[in-house]
Structures are given as structure tokens and as C-alpha cells.
Design a protein around this ligand. Structure first.
Ligand code: NAD
Length: 302
């Protein structure tokens, strides 16, 4: 019988550590498997650093243990969250191993950002306990988790996962079809495609895109979603706007050529200090700090 207070995580990176922190903060024992010694050795310290910034008790980190042995990590776990690199073959292999070592009733979830869960779990026999759980970074500050059952997921597995995530204070939503990118990333990247195309077409510069979003509909977004917004302004007006604008929006099927051009020029983003925009060290630090403070203040007020 799985222990209700034990959670297993596969992958001790950014998301694995953050998800571990969420469960540990709610008094679960968390075992985190990672094949890399460096990732295992730094796990508790990275969680302690997060806790310090949040002003949370550092005893939370003591409930998280790094494991070099997958079977030991999975022992008695109620649920396992896979947060390994975003590669289909790797995730398929990990799920095959999980099926071999996990207790039969342990829920097996993937934190993939965009890959269909049906593909990741294609070779699994006991697929009734598999599903997707798409957390957002950082998991301990962003409320949403998209929960994606496949056609082979048992309804009880979905119910148990929704209840577990609610219990640890997350906002789980049921995504009814296993489509690439689920709901959040499809919406997010639809906007990024148009942003890149506006820059490529010379309609505005990169900085202007961010100024426009942050000072217009971005101000309303935390309290007014796009569907609420359409209902608020009325569906006839929405239809008139869409009839005029949708045929003129970009529909490029692959990444924008401006992305390719920047990458070819070595402009990779914060990693190189230049991306779409040029960044000083101080500016990059300011972006990171402002984001963290904003997420903390949202978390405090919800
Ligand atoms: P990461 O690179 O920070 O961490 C990945 C970890 O997996 C590393 O510690 C690595 O050592 C470990 N790993 C490598 N091979 C492994 C194996 N065979 N078995 C187990 N662990 C292995 O990556 P991340 O940003 O934490 O992303 C993990 C997953 O979460 C990806 O699927 C990613 O798409 C998804 N995701 C990421 C974000 C984000 O903002 N970073 C948000 C949502 C979802």
C-alpha cells in the first residue's frame, strides 16, 4: 500500500526541486532521483536558498532527499512526478523504468512542457495510472498545474491527482484532450509567434512589444481572462474585430526567422547578454528580481 505522505520526483533540476519543495512544505516526504551526482548534491541547498528568499522555514528542505537509486526513490510513493529533460525518447525510457520499479498503485505523472502524454506513455501497460501534470516555474509560486489524462488514464487516477494538487495549495485544471502544449503554452506561444512576426516585419522594435503588452491588456490579464473579456465587450464586437484582424495575423508554421538570425549571431538571450534586446548585468538582475517580487506578492494576496 502506497504511503499517502511520500512523493517521488524524477529529475532534480529546476522543476524537480521546485515541485519537491511544494510537497515538502505540506509535510510530505519527498525522494528525488537524478543520475547526476552534481544535481543530487546541490538539491537541498537549492531548496534552502528558495526558502530563504521566501522567508519560509528551512526545515522544509530536510524532508527532501536525493536518491541515486530509482527503485528506492519510488518505494511506497503515492505519486511520482517526472521532471527530466524535454526529450521524448528519454521520457519514454524513464516511464518504462518507472512501470518496472513503482508500486502498482503509484500515480505516474510527466511534467513535460509540450509533448503529448499519450506518446510518452505509449509503451506502458499499466497506463491507467499515468497522466500529465504540467507545473509552471517556479512551482512554489505559480498556482496552476494543468492535469492531462490520456484515453488510457483511469478516471480515479485523474480524481486522485486533482485532489492531491488541491491539497498542496495548487490550482489544478483538467485538460480534456492530450494536445501538444496543452492550454497554457498554446495560448502563450500563439502570442509569442505574433510578437516575433511584428518585429520581423518592422512594425515595432523588440522593446516596444514588451512595453505594449505590459501597459495594455497585460495590466488587465490577472483579473480578466480572454473569455471573460470577450463576454465583457460582447460577442458581436468580438466577431467584428476577428473578422477584420484574424485573416491578417501571422500563421507561420515554424519558428520565426528572427529567432534563427539572432541565434546565428550568437544572441541567445540572458545567457549571452544579448537576445532580441541588449542587456546589462544590472538590467538582467532587475528583471529577475522584479519577477520574483511580483510572484511573491501575488502568492501572498491569493
Ligand atoms: P533541468 O535541466 O533543470 O532538470 C532536468 C534534470 O533531469 C537534471 O537535473 C538532469 O540531471 C536530470 N536528468 C537527466 N537525465 C535523467 C534521467 N535519465 N533520469 C532522471 N533525471 C535525469 O530541466 P527543468 O527545467 O527542470 O525541466 C524538466 C521538465 O519540466 C522538462 O520536461 C521541461 O520541459 C518541463 N518544464 C520546464 C519548465 C521550466 O520553466 N523550466 C516549466 C514547465 C515544465
Amino acid at each position: 500500500m502506497a504511503d499517502q505522505r511520500k512523493i517521488a520526483i524524477v529529475g532534480a533540476g529546476l522543476m524537480g526541486a521546485g515541485i519537491a519543495q511544494v510537497f515538502a512544505a505540506h509535510e510530505f516526504d519527498v525522494a528525488v532521483f537524478d543520475p547526476m551526482e552534481k544535481a543530487r548534491a546541490s538539491l537541498q541547498d537549492r531548496i534552502r536558498a528558495n526558502l530563504e528568499v521566501l522567508g519560509d522555514d528551512d526545515v522544509i528542505a530536510d524532508r527532501v532527499h536525493a536518491e541515486a537509486d530509482l527503485k528506492a526513490a519510488l518505494k511506497n510513493a503515492f505519486a511520482c512526478f517526472e521532471a527530466a529533460p524535454e526529450k521524448l525518447e528519454l521520457k519514454q525510457a524513464i516511464f518504462a523504468e518507472l512501470e518496472a520499479v513503482a508500486d502498482p498503485q503509484t500515480l505516474l505523472a510527466s511534467n513535460t512542457s509540450v509533448i503529448e502524454i499519450t506518446k510518452i506513455t505509449a509503451r506502458i501497460k499499466s497506463a491507467s495510472r499515468t497522466l500529465g501534470t504540467h507545473w509552471w516555474n517556479p512551482p512554489y509560486l505559480v498556482p496552476l498545474v494543468e492535469v492531462i489524462p490520456t484515453q488510457r488514464t483511469a478516471p480515479e487516477s485523474l480524481d486522485k491527482m486533482m485532489a492531491l494538487l488541491s491539497y498542496v495549495g495548487k490550482k489544478p485544471v483538467h485538460v480534456k484532450k492530450d494536445v501538444p502544449g496543452f492550454v497554457g503554452n498554446r495560448l502563450q506561444h500563439a502570442m509569442w509567434r505574433e510578437a516575433h512576426a511584428l518585429i520581423a516585419d518592422g512594425v515595432c522594435d523588440a522593446e516596444t512589444v514588451d512595453i505594449v503588452v505590459k501597459n495594455s491588456f497585460g495590466v488587465r490579464l490577472p483579473v480578466l481572462g480572454p473569455i471573460e473579456n470577450a463576454d465583457l465587450i460582447g460577442l458581436e464586437l468580438t466577431r467584428d474585430i476577428h473578422a477584420s484582424i484574424l485573416p491578417r495575423l501571422h500563421s507561420l508554421e515554424g519558428p520565426s526567422p528572427v529567432l534563427d538570425a539572432n541565434i546565428a549571431a550568437g544572441r541567445l538571450g540572458f545567457e549571452t547578454g544579448q537576445g532580441f534586446r541588449d542587456w546589462t548585468e544590472a538590467q538582467m538582475q532587475d528583471v529577475r528580481e522584479t519577477l520574483l517580487q511580483h510572484l511573491q506578492s501575488v502568492a501572498r494576496n491569493t
